[in-house]
Design a protein around this ligand. Structure first.
Ligand code: UDP
Length: 442
């Protein structure tokens, strides 16, 4: 039985752990709030994840995991809305949070905000309630603007809000050195405000599987080289680059490579629902490799080890990547990764050890590395083993949660919150009655 000594409010306006992943607005952030909250609860932190209601059927409180609840707040229409359209509903989200506190007699030691809009809500709550705020951006507007230019559909307020968060939040969590640099040089954050703390991967869900078994299960040829992409299907993920590289490989080297593209809005590959999928299908046809590429559509996380495991190599070459969970997932499945040398990928993939880094938008460089790996089974096996080991050592959620808890405790100590002594302090016990949480009294 757990002893919950702290109560943490996650605010994650658009990314709920309960969403299906792989679509346009559901990816790494959803996984992060889900896995991190579960691990935090094992350390004694009861976490409520506040997110926007996207359907009238969602209960106000959903018991999600031991010590973790999802709280659906009314902010905007109770239906899916693209995240770039959500900004105008943030005052409603703030007010709904305040109403929830009053109605449920709830309190929190600390708010951990995810993404910039939730950060704004958190600052508003900090101003009114004095609750300290830890911020994880997950993506920064300045990086996005630099890479997407006019195609960036973020609300104009984004950069100013992000600057305000950098100035006012008690602590910023950067997930990789590139994000840390951007916070310091792009936003003027001070070094001591930032804790570099990478996300993790579920090493039980993502584990090495027998390749022959995986291929049998997925109906793939047991002997041909297989390249796997898993992730959201968006232009910035540049799966087009991977298709071009595979085409080069097939044409020039005569490698009969097969490519798996896993992701999309729907479980079937539907170009209407996922326009970038249509673009990829057209490109594969133009390149003469449409019969070499399998578009699977979205797959649940519980099945992904089979997809990574069926591959010889996992590839992800986005133009930019704030962190990137999929390289870690592939590594946890014991597969080498070729990734573009950007953002978090340049940090998680160790070139020459667990895979290779290539420049983004460079199909030639990618084709060369693919060719190298696909003809060397020993190198693949060595890199795959090293990848799994690196994940077990550096990127478990347990480790991420322990480090996050350390950040919370530092912030709370700075804010003058006394350390809670289980069995002595009354607040958690009172609350455990209100919320039905178990608390062992010493
Ligand atoms: N994902 C999934 N099913 C799919 C495609 C992707 O569950 O069909 C998951 C994937 O396993 C990963 C997340 O979506 O956990 C994508 O996170 P990542 O950080 O790689 O990219 P982001 O979505 O944050 O840009």
């Amino acid at each position: 039985m757990h002893e919950y000594v702290r109560r943490i409010a996650f605010i994650s306006e658009h990314a709920s752990p309960a969403a299906s992943l792989g679509g346009e607005d559901a990816g790494g952030q959803n996984v992060y709030v889900d896995d991190l909250s579960r691990q935090l609860s094992r350390l004694g932190y009861a976490v409520d994840i506040f997110t926007r209601r996207t359907s009238p059927d969602q209960p106000v409180i959903l018991d999600w995991a031991p010590g973790v609840r999802i709280v659906h707040l009314d902010a905007g229409p109770p239906c899916p809305v693209a995240k770039d359209q959500l900004w105008c509903w943030m005052p409603e989200l703030r007010d709904a949070f305040l109403r929830f506190l009053a109605e449920k007699h709830a309190w929190y030691d600390l708010i951990h905000a995810h993404f910039w809009m939730s950060g704004w809500v958190a600052l508003e709550l900090k101003r009114r309630l004095g609750i300290p705020v830890v911020q994880t951006f997950h993506a920064l507007g300045q990086t996005k603007r630099r890479h997407q230019g006019e195609a960036d559909t973020s609300p104009p307020a984004r950069l100013a809000v992000e600057h305000a968060i950098v100035q006012q939040a008690d602590r910023l969590i950067a997930q990789c050195p590139a994000e840390r640099q951007e916070l310091i040089h792009g936003y003027g954050a001070s070094c001591k405000q930032i804790t570099m703390l990478p996300a993790g991967v579920d090493t039980e869900l993502f584990h090495p599987v027998d390749q022959a078994q995986a291929r049998l299960r997925l109906g793939l040829d047991p002997s041909e080289p297989v390249v796997v992409y898993v992730g959201r299907i968006l232009p910035r993920k540049d799966v087009r680059n991977v298709l071009r590289a595979v085409a080069l490989l097939v044409r020039r080297l005569g490698q009969p490579a097969r490519m798996l593209v896993v992701g999309g809005e729907t479980p079937e590959p539907d170009p209407q629902a996922t326009p970038e999928l249509g673009a990829l299908q057209r490109l594969a046809a133009e390149l003469g490799i449409i019969d070499r590429v399998i578009f699977t559509g979205r797959r649940p996380r519980s099945e992904l080890a089979w997809y990574y495991g069926a591959g010889d190599v996992a590839v992800t070459t986005p133009w930019y990547e704030p962190f990137g969970l999929t390289p870690l997932e592939a590594m946890a499945c014991g597969r080498p990764v070729i990734g573009s040398a950007v953002g978090g990928i340049a940090f998680t993939v160790q070139p020459g050890v667990t895979g290779f880094l290539v420049p983004p938008r460079d199909p030639e460089a990618l084709a060369w590395r693919l060719g190298q790996l696909l003809v060397e089974p020993n190198l693949r096996a060595r890199m795959g083993d090293a990848a799994r080991l690196r994940v077990e050592r550096e990127f478990t959620w347990e480790r991420a949660a322990r480090q996050t808890a350390l950040v919370y405790e530092q912030v709370l100590a700075e804010a003058g919150t006394p350390a809670l002594t289980p069995g002595v302090d009354e607040r958690p016990r009172r609350l455990s009655k209100v919320h039905g949480l178990h608390r062992r009294v010493a």
